[in-house]
Write a protein that binds this ligand. Structure first.
Ligand SMILES: [Zn+2]
Ligand SMILES: [Zn+2]
Length: 369
């Protein structure tokens, strides 16, 4: 067991603790003590995700309703999009993850149980208990000075050099790349990405790599549209009537081949069903705050569509880390705001204000140096 340098200096640390919807507090908590196979990580940066905002705002999927128990298990430290430096680990963790003290790592957001049917089948991102950092008692997240990385976590070494908030984009980018994969985007395709937030912009970057026939990005916000162009979109559009006209013009009147939805809004769904050609591929990545109502006839009788879901970023982390490290991602334009840990409430406020931010990142003390 490597000595825990953190504990020598301090027994307590600051951490944001989620107690319930809109009840997040900065508290003094004990610095966690790593057990066998665990890594003590000094958090450097943690992005605020759409799911964090929905949890903060009280969405039923996190807090439950008559039909389900909530996913969030308070009190818990939030934060699943993060990088940090290894502060302490034992030989077992060193062997398991191939990293050592002082190294920067990115850690996948889900910590697989390693024993359910999905984990046994290699589909760890669909793990049944589904413990994601920042929501569950087994996996407290990165909005504190230190955190524990359990043995079953998937850890990726991250080359030094990038600002921590940029490196922390590895999580949303891996998700975007998985969605592009699910859409089987190829060179003959006209691809539409709906929503140019962090996930949609990553979809544009991922789709661009596959050199599609045309790549269209749609967003309400002019700034986001300009960042989408920077990410490689050929055409950027505001939602509305001319979207369909433009897509039909690009496709000899047929409609787009692939529609990647990262809006989280019901209108993003109906728009996709309208824009797709027959036998087109619809990939849903959004997390919705409300049910979507639409005429399903279009899926079968109308167009024989493939409707595909995508969740997390399995197999995509090395590519995401490489794209960030080589500067392929305009991270400066995507990370619009950084806040220290003790201003987390402003960070959530900014992230939740439409038209204000793209990615808001919180920098605990470990990311301030
Ligand atoms: Zn996320
Ligand atoms: Zn499992």
């Amino acid at each position: 067991m490597t000595a825990n340098p953190a504990r020598g200096q301090m027994a307590e640390m600051d951490a944001v603790r989620c107690h319930g919807p809109r009840d997040y507090r900065l508290e003094r908590v004990p610095v966690p003590e790593p057990g066998p196979g665990e890594i003590l990580l000094r958090s450097e940066a943690v992005g605020i995700c759409g799911s964090d905002l929905k949890c903060y705002g009280g969405a039923p999927m996190f807090w439950g309703d008559e039909t389900r128990t909530g996913y969030c298990q308070p009190p818990v430290t939030p934060g699943h999009e993060f990088v940090g430096r290894v502060a302490a680990l034992d030989d077992e963790a060193r062997r398991r993850h191939g990293v050592d003290v002082g190294e920067r790592v990115a850690v996948e957001q889900i910590v697989p149980c390693e024993s359910c049917a999905y984990c046994k089948a290699g589909q760890y991102w669909l793990c049944a208990p589904h413990d994601i950092f920042g929501f569950r008692q087994r996996t407290p997240g990165a909005m504190g000075e230190f955190m524990l990385v359990p043995p079953a976590a998937r850890v990726h070494a991250f080359p030094a050099g990038l600002p921590p908030s940029h490196a922390a984009l590895a999580e949303p980018l891996s998700c975007s790349l998985h969605a592009v994969d699910r859409g089987e985007v190829g060179a003959d395709d006209v691809v539409v990405v709906a929503g140019a937030g962090p996930i949609g912009l990553g979809m544009v970057l991922g789709a661009r790599r596959r050199q599609p026939r045309a790549l269209v990005a749609i967003d309400l916000d002019p700034h986001r549209r300009s960042v989408a162009e920077q990410c490689g979109a050929d055409v950027v559009l505001e939602p509305g009537d001319d979207v369909e006209t433009t897509v039909l013009e690009l496709t000899d009147g047929l409609g787009c081949d692939v529609y990647l939805d990262a809006t989280g809004h019901p209108a993003g769904v109906t728009q996709g069903l309208q824009l797709l050609r027959k036998r087109g591929r619809f990939v849903e990545y959004g997390v919705f705050g409300q049910p979507v109502t639409t005429d399903w006839t279009v899926i079968g009788d109308g167009k024989e569509l493939d409707i595909r879901g995508a969740h997390l970023g399995p197999g995509q982390w090395p590519t995401a880390i490489e794209m960030l490290s080589t500067g392929e991602v305009p991270a400066d334009a995507i990370v619009t705001h950084e806040y220290p840990l003790d201003r987390f409430d402003e960070a959530f406020e900014t992230a939740g204000t439409p038209g204000k931010a793209i990615k808001v990142s919180i920098l605990p003390p470990g990311g301030q140096q």
